[in-house]
Design a protein around this ligand. Structure first.
Ligand SMILES: Cc1ncc(C[n+]2csc(CCOP(=O)(O)OP(=O)(O)O)c2C)c(N)n1
Ligand SMILES: [Mg+2]
Length: 319
């Protein structure tokens, strides 16, 4: 049985990610956001469920499709929008953009434009935790395409032989850009790859935030007992193309409809209201509060200044 507060927090996170992505896509179309933008629409339950199960001493590491991970780990919407607007109040002073948001203060080691690039960094962070005899775990988010990079196997093996506290969160959204999983893996159950490395692994419905939460709690517990790493394959689907300018015409309409009927927000809303712990009107209130938070975030970003040229020159001087 879940607490009322937990269910409300979970729904708030899901709705926050959905709102952020939907509104930012509109802002992108208006020319206020430039560059690449990979929406997390349809995959919200993975980040929300995983991060709900983590504690303050844990870390996450994200991907190029990282807005949802950052929000679920506690990033503020105003600094997120500001970063996408390339304003100095953004998480990277406006110099990083969508694919490089990091916030060490909330245990977010950062997004990464290099597919699979976050995997070894996360394993390194877990090695640090282990050497310092701390209790945290590192949740490493990556998708099916990254699981076909050599670095995935190398990292999994190192984490395994050193019993590192890593939760590998394989977000199988069934595509790497336009390549469907059937064309990139003979075995569609990617979690089975972990067995070969002696790593505990299983699949979960990645559209069901509470199922993801449960799996992550179990994985975090194993990590804390020194029995890590663990791999969770969350099976999910994008609600659109690879990035904001990709119409995703290669995605079969009937499969998209199937997954949209299993929309993570619908599933959670139904479960939560049926539990009778939180009423439908309480969820409506959360939606109104999040919408207001997003409006304020957009206004904050619009009013913020662009980074001074000097800030960029200072930064490159360091390297
Ligand atoms: C090392 C590397 N190779 C190729 C690319 C180009 N690229 C960007 S996203 C992407 C697909 C990644 O697919 P997946 O790992 O499944 O992530 P998803 O987009 O589904 O979240 C590719 C090939 C890249 N950024 N980095
Ligand atoms: Mg993918």
């Amino acid at each position: 049985m879940y607490s009322k507060d937990l269910l409300k927090e979970l729904y708030r996170t899901l709705y926050k990610i959905r709102t952020f992505e939907t509104e930012c896509i509109k802002l992108y179309r208006q020319g206020l956001i430039r560059g690449y933008f990979h929406p997390y629409l349809g995959e919200e339950a993975v980040a929300s469920g995983v991060c709900l199960a983590l504690g303050p001493k844990d870390y996450i590491i994200s991907t190029h499709r990282g807005h949802g991970h950052c929000i679920a780990r506690g990033a503020s919407l105003d600094r997120m929008v500001a970063e996408l607007f390339a304003k100095e109040t953004g998480y990277c002073g406006g110099l990083g953009g969508s694919m490089h948001i990091a916030d060490v203060s909330t245990g977010n080691l950062g997004a990464n434009g290099i597919v699979g690039g976050g995997i070894p960094i996360g394993v390194g962070a877990a090695l640090g935790i282990s050497l310092r005899a701390e209790t945290g775990a590192v949740a490493i988010f990556f998708s099916d395409g990254a699981a076909n990079n050599g670095i995935f196997g190398e990292s999994l093996n190192l984490a395994a032989i050193w019993n590192l506290p890593v939760i590998f969160v394989l977000e199988n959204n069934h595509y790497a850009v336009s390549t469907p999983i059937e064309q990139s893996s003979r075995n569609p159950d990617l979690y089975k790859r972990a067995e070969g490395y002696g790593v505990v692994s299983s699949a979960v419905d990645g559209n069901d935030a509470l199922a993801v939460y449960e799996k992550t709690c179990e994985a975090a517990e194993l990590c804390r007992q020194g029995k890590g790493p663990v791999l969770i394959e969350a099976k999910t689907y994008r609600h659109g193309g690879h990035h904001v300018n990709d119409p995703g015409q290669y995605m079969p309409a009937e499969r998209l409809e199937y997954y949209k009927a299993k929309d993570p927000l619908l599933i959670s809303r139904q479960y939560i209201t049926e539990s009778e712990l939180v009423s439908s009107s309480e969820l409506d209130t959360i939606e109104i509060e999040v919408a207001r938070e997003m409006e304020n975030a957009i206004e904050f970003a619009k009013q913020s200044a662009e980074p001074a040229l000097d800030s960029f020159l200072e930064l490159i001087k360091e390297y």
